[in-house]
Write a protein that binds this ligand. Structure first.
Ligand code: F6R
Ligand code: MG
Ligand code: MG
Length: 366
């Protein structure tokens, strides 16, 4: 039996160029050098350095399984060196996602986020890596539901015998730190009760009922909760395997043809459309946004990452971008009012306590 391959995507924002809009070429070069070294030493089978907005995404394949300390240490050291480069250039927020001075075997809780998947390669192994900026992990809830549970999106749920039984969703409660597994289609309504609240409940992974295989996995950390103060949104990543018993590539991309509204955008405190873009257009500048998502397609071949294909570069997503721009303009017109500005509990920045304190004496009973 072939060795199982692990696909690890570990991401962090270690400095923006300019502001929080993009990643400087020197940082990408540094990350490239580090991962190339690790590949030459045999630690990695292959890698690709991706980016979206101000986030660097290390896409790596290896044979060491998920949560491997050597792989996590490699990612951590790579981000450290990138943040040194960022500090030299005085890039904005240099080192912002590296919350600790001491690495202890896993990036969990230290700032960077990881989505990892160990699997036996099928005869052909197409995967899509979604990477978003200026939003939060719950942003994947709606597209993942459509991909794996909505027959109006995914024809295969109805007409492919290998998908007709449905999928299992592992949902994490980020507030109470609990998880639950719910099966579709039979528990679809229960699932929606939770994942319709993406600020708290997020889909961590999805499993095929037919084969038991993991079909998707996403990042679920909440940096602002770890740090106890605002240090940026937890721009998320999601890995989805496609085809032969899993949703087809086109079914996986289809939800993004209708941009949905997500939390994030300016100061992590606004609601706006998630715009699907090519990597070259992943530079959120209008009001620090609107939030962006990039989709990189790879064929994994004996651990080698054949690709990427920049999937949202397709002109078929032009209409989605147009709609996202229209939605963005509409939402902007609401200015400081909800629902453009997020509900008080969801805001990453607020002056409410100080303003309230200042005005306490002027409040009178009704
Ligand atoms: C959102 C984000 C930006 C910043 C904004 C203010 O995730 O990163 O919108 O929140 O540019 O940044 P500071 O407070 O650093 O000036
Ligand atoms: Mg930033
Ligand atoms: Mg970011």
């Amino acid at each position: 039996m072939a060795d199982k391959i692990t696909l690890s995507v570990i991401k962090a924002d270690v400095g923006g160029f300019v502001g929080h809009s993009s990643v400087h070429a020197d940082l990408l070069k540094k990350a490239e050098e580090k991962l190339n070294e690790a590949k030459n030493e045999g630690l990695l089978k292959d890698y690709f350095v991706g980016h979206v907005g101000d986030d660097i995404n290390l896409i790596m394949t290896h044979f060491l399984g998920v949560d491997n300390p050597k792989i996590h240490e490699l990612a951590w050291n790579t981000f450290l060196e990138c943040s040194e480069a960022a500090k030299r250039l005085k890039l904005y927020g240099a080192g912002q996602d590296l919350l600790s001075d001491a690495f202890s075997g896993n990036v969990r809780g230290l700032g960077p986020a990881a989505a990892e998947l160990e699997f036996e390669e099928r005869t052909s192994e197409p995967v899509v890596i979604f990477m978003a900026d200026k939003t939060e992990p719950g942003a994947w809830n709606l597209p993942l539901f459509k991909i794996f549970a909505d027959p109006f999106n995914t024809a295969g749920l109805v007409i492919d015998p290998k998908m007709h039984d449905g999928f299992r969703f592992e949902v994490h409660d980020l507030v109470e730190n609990k998880k639950v597994v719910l099966a579709t289609p039979e528990e679809m309504y229960d699932l929606l009760v939770f994942i319709g609240a993406p600020g708290r409940f997020v889909v961590r992974s999805i499993f095929s009922k037919t084969t038991g295989e993991t079909a998707a996995v996403s990042t679920t950390q909440r940096l602002n909760m770890i740090a106890g103060r605002y240090i940026g949104k937890d721009d998320p990543v999601c890995i989805v395997r496609c085809q032969s018993g899993l949703p087809a590539l086109g079914e996986v991309l289809e939800p993004f043809a209708t941009p949905h509204l997500v939390s994030g955008w300016m100061r992590g405190s606004h609601c706006g459309p998630l715009m699907p873009v090519s990597m070259k257009d992943a530079t959120p500048t209008r009001f620090d946004g609107p939030p962006r998502v990039v989709a990189l397609g790879f064929q994994v071949s004996n651990g080698t990452l054949v690709g990427p294909q920049d999937l949202f570069a397709d002109v078929a997503f032009d209409k989605a971008r147009e709609l996202a721009n229209e939605l963005a303009s509409y939402m902007r017109r609401l200015g400081p009012f909800e629902p453009h500005r997020l509900h008080l509990d969801e805001m990453e920045y607020t002056t409410m306590p100080s303003v309230m304190k200042e005005l306490t004496g002027r409040f009178e009973p009704l």
